[in-house]
Design a protein around this ligand. Structure first.
Ligand code: ADP
Ligand code: CDP
Length: 259
């Protein structure tokens, strides 16, 4: 742990100066489908997927000095101290070369949340919350077959308890700030992704042309039309322009609100 230098937000690779990395937290119970949907989001929307659990498991494998502690915590379904997980996340962000991140399975408790915001000064764009019943999650975890030490019924029950007691309050915190985008994760994988796509392409989340420039852009398309109409109708510029504006105004408003 001591070998990882303290990284600040300035160290994280961003596409342009003074621009904060865009972070989406992906939360939900164990087995709700976070990892599965993150893979789809990466493919369609160009994010880098950072799974806190995967980073911790890689840290165990690397033989780091924290390995045994992390392994014991995961076996017990407990939450690893924030300091460890945040350093792994920061290092992965720095090495990615991207500026858009899906942070999956983090923050898992209030300590994770507050420490991340304090250290990185990053607040998430939004929180993608996969809502699923325990019964369905248990079935999925027992059938996951990835050889995970924590996918046994005893540890699964402990993870559910930690999720209810520590992770749900974090989701509630972001909900009170209007940041939660809730997805019904009990549906089949394709249907869940359809709902996810709606979130990522909605006009509130999309990074695109903002309203005012868009209005000017659309309006400017009408200027050549005014001259064509004027020639055809041989009437004054003012006359044609006022006609056009009156007729086109509702259309322009519609275009400007449409994504
Ligand atoms: N919508 C779904 N319906 C059925 N099975 C799913 C669905 N989403 C994921 N799974 C399966 O459930 C298991 C857990 O999914 P995973 O994405 O690893 O969950 P998480 O990252 O939230 O723990 C995997 O075996 C995965 O293939
Ligand atoms: N922020 C995090 C994320 C995971 N973890 C640990 O890693 C385990 C597995 O997390 P995960 O996100 O890979 O898997 P799921 O429990 O979501 O299926 C958790 O049960 C915790 O023990 C943690 O301590 N802190």
């Amino acid at each position: 742990m001591g070998s990882v230098k303290e990284i600040t937000i300035e160290d994280v690779n961003v596409s342009s100066a003074n621009q904060q990395p865009k972070v989406v937290f992906v939360l939900g119970g164990p087995g709700s489908g976070k990892g599965t949907q993150c893979a789809n989001i990466v493919e369609h929307f160009g994010y880098t997927h950072l799974s806190a659990g995967d980073l911790l498991r890689a840290e165990i494998k690397s033989g780091s000095e924290n390995g045994t502690m992390i392994q014991n915590m995961i076996k017990e379904g407990k939450i690893v101290p924030s300091e460890v997980t945040i350093k792994l996340l920061q290092k992965a962000m720095q090495e990615s070369g991207n500026d858009k991140f899906l942070i999956d399975g983090f923050p898992r408790n209030e300590e994770n949340r507050a420490a991340f915001e304090a250290v990185t000064k990053i607040t998430p764009e939004f929180v993608l919350f996969f809502d699923c019943s325990e019964e369905e999650m248990e079935k999925r975890l027992l059938g996951r077959n990835q050889g995970r030490e924590d996918d046994n019924i005893e540890t699964i029950r402990k993870r559910f308890k930690v999720y209810l007691e520590s992770s749900l309050p974090v989701i509630e915190y972001y909900n009170s700030k209007g940041k939660v985008r809730k997805i019904d994760a009990a549906k089949p994988i394709d249907e869940v992704f359809e709902a996810v796509k709606v979130v990522f392409t909605s006009k509130d989340e999309k990074v695109g042309m903002c309203r005012l420039p868009r209005l000017f852009f659309i309006s400017s398309c009408f200027i050549p039309g005014i001259f064509v109409l004027r020639r055809r109708c041989s009437c004054t510029v003012d006359g044609v322009a006022s006609h056009l504006w009156v007729d086109a105004f509702p259309f322009l408003i519609l275009m400007n609100t449409w994504n």
